[in-house]
Ligand binder design. Structure first.
Ligand SMILES: *[C@@H]1O[C@H](CO)[C@@H](O)[C@H](O)[C@H]1NC(C)=O
Ligand SMILES: *[C@@H]1O[C@H](CO)[C@@H](O)[C@H](O)[C@H]1NC(C)=O
Ligand SMILES: *[C@@H]1O[C@H](CO)[C@@H](O)[C@H](O)[C@H]1NC(C)=O
Ligand SMILES: *[C@@H]1O[C@H](CO)[C@@H](O)[C@H](O)[C@H]1NC(C)=O
Ligand SMILES: *[C@@H]1O[C@H](CO)[C@@H](O)[C@H](O)[C@H]1NC(C)=O
Ligand SMILES: [Zn+2]
Length: 507
């Protein structure tokens, strides 16, 4: 069957108006087949978006019976359309600290850049600008959904500024308000009251922003009154997600599935996302499967800080990807997916080589990396309509320039994206059917003004954080009581010199 209108007529029609409906014509679509529970590549296909949803996915030769009036048509021949990436762990407020922490350890991070040392150092405007520019970085990189472990909750003002930025960005932000004991005057009691006020006010409803809760003090010795208050607030307002940092083993910041299950919150309808899950136990993994809850693997973070993730390759069926502190390294999920894929391949091949044997097959595929970065993020949030291209799913989309120097010559579109593309090859990004990046540029008339204000804020913050007089403790480590030790320092210079390198900060 042919299209109801010839291509030139459609293209002309598309120029007419700001449509609530968009038809992407003649591209390669990495769709999701819910029946087969897997990816489906549609070549020379078309995709119809109506308002916030995908309303049609057409293979070559088929077409919509009738287009909504005012449909804009976008020719995507030679291009690849994928779902937007899903980032299941981030601290969006930190953009203003960019490049300050290029060589931090986790011990230093927690004493110098985390939410505790940052208490009182950021104004509400600093939070707003860091949050917003962090989201634009994500959108430019094809990330359309972010689970923000929002620990900029130092006061009502700073908390609301981050929420407002999430709403203003138009991105899909699961904004998880962190209940934390950063200041005596604004502790968990005040924060839980604030969550109530925000939930009752509901100013974010009707936007792609959703309310969640972040909490890191579940494990014994905990404060049972506080833990119960957090759980009852989450239940009362039916928050969209609960998230927690989990670094077990020598790190001692446990928040394990076992601990959460003992509190009876794992087996509920609320999605629980456990970030890092370093040193997850076999029992914890079984619990995640039994309760269908997910971990967020943040591959670069876990390498940068040495959180590590010794067992996470064994629980990838209950895992999605995240980024964490994007001021210290890359802010895109494409890189995380590629890094994790190759790291897992290395690890599983080494298991064979360590037995003095050689691996016959490659242990992980690009499709698996792609699913971790997209569909599994949706599953982690219990959202069947996120991270997939299928009729009825949210229209959160990325269009890749298949003819860029790096992508030119592709045959398998999944391999092209996961192994060859860079974020610079992302032409268009839509969230809820609305354009967020178009022809390589952020779609926001105020973006230059936001950048200008952000740069002023970042310059001030970088001075403040650089001048903090921080002594990196030498032990014992506060969470576990274990010793803090000196790692071997890399040295790239010949001879006995200190080849560690220079840090080029100017403040
Ligand atoms: C919260 O922090 C204060 C110090 O600022 C401390 O005295 C108090 O014990 C902490 N509360 C909890 C529950 O950790
Ligand atoms: C609700 O939230 C919005 C946005 O933060 C704020 O402007 C408004 O004043 C709030 N309304 C009430 C009644 O708190
Ligand atoms: C809670 O929210 C979810 C969606 O986030 C919805 O499916 C469910 O029906 C809600 N439950 C209640 C009791 O409102
Ligand atoms: C969670 O609840 C479901 C339904 O009640 C039950 O079938 C399942 O066994 C429970 N899982 C765990 C780990 O308790
Ligand atoms: C590495 O980090 C330490 C601690 O923050 C700092 O003193 C040092 O200057 C850094 N070195 C380089 C080469 O960046
Ligand atoms: Zn984190």
């Amino acid at each position: 069957m042919m299209w109801p209108l010839q291509l030139p007529a459609l293209l002309a029609l598309g120029k007419l108006a700001a449509a609530a409906s968009t038809l992407f014509l003649s591209g390669t679509i990495i769709a999701f087949d819910h029946d087969a529970d897997g990816l489906e590549v549609i070549r020379d296909g078309s995709l119809l978006v109506t308002d916030d949803r995908i309303t049609g996915v057409y293979s070559k030769g088929s077409s919509p019976d009738k287009l909504p009036s005012g449909t804009e048509t976008v020719d995507v021949s030679g291009k690849i359309i994928t779902p937007g990436f899903i980032d299941t762990h981030r601290h969006l407020w930190q953009t203003g600290l960019k490049t300050l922490g290029s060589n931090t350890s986790l011990v230093e991070y927690l004493h110098h850049y985390g939410s505790y040392p940052a208490t009182g150092l950021l104004t509400a405007e600093d939070v707003y600008l860091g949050q917003l520019t962090g989201i634009y970085e994500s959108l430019a990189g094809g990330v359309t959904t972010i689970l923000d472990h929002a620990h900029h909750t130092w006061s009502r003002d700073t908390a609301e500024a981050g929420l407002q930025a999430a709403v203003d960005s138009g991105a899909r932000i699961f904004w998880a308000y962190a209940i934390q004991n950063t200041s005596a005057s604004f502790g968990s009691t005040e924060q839980l009251q604030h969550i109530r006020d925000i939930a009752l006010n509901g100013s974010f409803r009707g936007t792609p922003t959703e309310l969640g809760i972040a909490y890191d003090s579940w494990s014994p010795p905990n404060d049972p009154g506080e833990v119960n208050a957090v759980i009852s607030t989450a239940k009362e307002f039916n928050v969209s997600v609960i998230t927690t940092h989990s670094l077990a083993g020598p790190w001692g910041a446990v928040n394990s599935p076992e601990d959460l299950h003992a509190l009876q919150i794992l087996n509920t309808s609320t999605p629980i996302v456990i970030s890092h899950a370093s040193f997850l136990s076999a029992t914890g993994a079984q619990l995640l499967r039994a309760t269908n809850q997910f971990i967020s693997i943040t591959p670069e973070s876990e390498a940068h800080y040495g959180h590590t993730h010794p067992y996470n390759h064994l629980i990838q069926d209950q895992a999605a990807l995240g980024i964490d502190t994007h001021f210290t390294y890359s802010g895109d999920i494409l890189f995380q997916a590629r890094f994790w894929l190759q790291k897992t391949r290395l690890l599983l091949s080494e298991e064979i080589l360590n037995r003095w044997q050689v691996p016959r097959l490659n242990p992980m595929s690009v499709v698996q990396a792609f699913l971790l970065a997209t569909r599994n993020g949706g599953l982690a949030l219990r959202r069947n309509d996120l991270g997939v291209i299928a009729v009825g799913a949210k229209a959160d989309l990325v269009v890749w320039d298949g003819t860029s120097p790096a992508m030119l010559g592709w045959n398998d579109p999944v391999a092209a994206v996961i192994l060859h593309a860079s974020v610079g090859d992302i032409e268009h990004v839509l969230v809820d059917g609305a354009w967020k990046k178009r022809d390589g540029k952020i779609v926001e008339p105020k973006y230059p003004e936001i950048q200008h204000k952000f740069l002023k804020s970042a310059k001030r913050l970088q001075k403040v954080f650089t001048e903090l007089d921080i002594e990196i403790p030498s032990g014992p480590w506060s969470y576990s009581g274990l010793p803090i030790a000196e790692p071997l320092q890399a040295d790239v210079l010949r001879g006995d010199g200190d080849g560690y390198g220079n840090k080029f900060l100017q403040v």
